[in-house]
Design a protein around this ligand. Structure first.
Ligand code: VJV
Ligand code: CA
Ligand code: ZN
Length: 393
């Protein structure tokens, strides 16, 4: 029934933990773990699972989480009681320990299990890349880029990406981290501030006073203190509302092309936060599935081992569309899948409210006005090229 076949010459692995979806941040919290279920069912309904190696990873152990996080933070995270009533929306609570329990990072039932599963998914992906069983490893349950070693932040408690990169560094001399979530990938950037073995590059909406987390300006390229080998190894691409597919693809390819030429990574981690799509509940960009997916296509074309992570994404049907499309890109079957979402699955229910023949690539949501001038984007590229003059591998 399916025209999807295994890719020739390389292996794709899909790391999925079905228990993650059972966790709830709260009724109206924007982060909905069931978007992972929606993604998985869409992937399966196209038969893409037959073209990949499928794994159900175990949760990360306490010791594995300790590779990045502190003992006091993990102990608190593992033992703190869930809070049945969510606190007020403004996070007004001066005595939050480790930033836990506010409205962004609520204390819900099974929190530690959820966190260690997300960590487990990404670590499993990293291990398959390290032992060369996989060339492209997909971890949609990971991508929680804001978590700090001793602090929760922006819906993220455990930084599964940092854990995965630390695993890759055991076998790879240089890892490039790319982040297309609409938010700045601050937690990953900070974790590798002092090493020249990891270069981070985040594209994000930047408006320090009005948009979370407020960091990631063009000039923020890592601490330039005395002999820091990590200086110039943090690249930031700050953007305004409404950026389009065409502008984004051009910017992405100029920036990443130059980085790869200078830094010469041996493995790539790509965080694919889907809140950079048009119509996202929190995001501000105008990307379509094609524009978002073009980033995955470009990185895949570099021919390096890579991990693809999830991340943000707050309009679940669009998240599932983008991540199913990008799974197809990884396999190399994006040209062969039916643009009309298949009929025979339960989740078609979710899309039926949109139209009788819901399309995989046509996302829902009003376009936003584009506030990015070509001149500004030119300046951004110019600055990135200047930073990279300091980098020579
Ligand atoms: O902007 C913020 C912080 C505030 C305090 C908390 N209020 C709710 C919002 C303003 C300053 N936080 C951001 C965090 C975004 C995290 C993004 C994570 C990722 O995509 O990069 C990776 C997974 C923010 N934006 C929107 C909200 N918080 C938000 C939180 C809610 C909410 C509505 C919006 C929490 C609970 C409920 N509604 C019920
Ligand atoms: Ca980003
Ligand atoms: Zn985000």
């Amino acid at each position: 029934i399916s025209n999807i076949t295994r890719p020739k010459g390389y292996n794709v692995s899909f790391h999925y933990q079905p228990e993650m979806e059972k966790h709830h941040f709260g009724q109206t919290h924007p982060m909905k773990p069931w978007r992972l279920t929606l993604t998985k069912s869409l992937v399966m309904s196209y038969g893409m699972n037959f073209a990949m190696d499928n794994y159900t990873p175990r949760a990360a152990t306490y010791e594995e989480l300790r590779d990045f996080h502190t003992q006091d933070y993990l102990d608190f995270l593992a033992t703190v009681a869930p809070e049945p009533v969510p606190r007020d929306l403004d996070n007004h609570n001066p005595d939050l320990k480790f930033n836990l329990g506010g409205s962004d990072c609520p204390l819900f039932e099974g929190l530690f299990d959820y966190c260690s599963m997300s960590g487990g998914v990404s670590l499993d992906a990293a291990r398959k890349i390290c032992n060369k069983e996989s060339d492209i490893a997909i971890a949609w349950g990971g991508g929680l880029h804001h978590a700090k070693k001793s602090e929760a932040s922006g819906f993220c408690y455990i930084n599964d990406i940092v854990l995965a990169i630390l695993q890759l560094l055991r076998h790879h001399p240089r890892v490039l981290y790319i982040d297309i979530d609409v938010h700045h990938g601050d937690g990953v950037e900070e974790a590798f501030f002092s090493t020249d073995r990891v270069m981070t590059c985040s594209f994000h909406k930047y408006d320090p006073l009005n948009f979370f987390p407020g960091t990631g300006g063009l000039d923020d390229n890592g601490p330039k203190n005395e002999h820091n080998p990590g200086a110039h190894h943090a690249i930031n691409v700050p953007l305004n509302d409404g950026i389009t597919d065409e502008q984004y693809a051009w910017l992405f390819q100029s920036v990443i092309g130059k980085i790869v030429e200078k830094f010469r990574p041996t493995a790539i981690c790509l965080q694919c936060g889907a809140d950079s799509l048009a119509g996202d509940r929190i995001g501000r960009f105008n990307l379509q599935v094609q524009g978002h997916g073009a980033c995955v296509e470009y990185v895949k074309g570099l021919g390096l081992p890579m991990i693809i992570f999830g991340g943000g994404g707050y309009t679940p049907r669009n998240v599932a569309r983008a991540w199913a499309y990008e799974t197809a890109v990884a396999i190399g079957c994006q040209g062969r899948i039916d643009p009309v979402i298949p009929q025979h699955t339960v989740w078609r229910e979710h899309f039926r409210q949109e139209s009788l023949l819901p399309s995989l690539e046509q996302i829902v949501g009003e376009p936003r006005q584009n506030r990015n001038t070509q001149k500004r984007l030119q300046d951004v590229i110019q600055h990135v090229h200047e930073q990279l003059r300091f980098v020579n591998q």
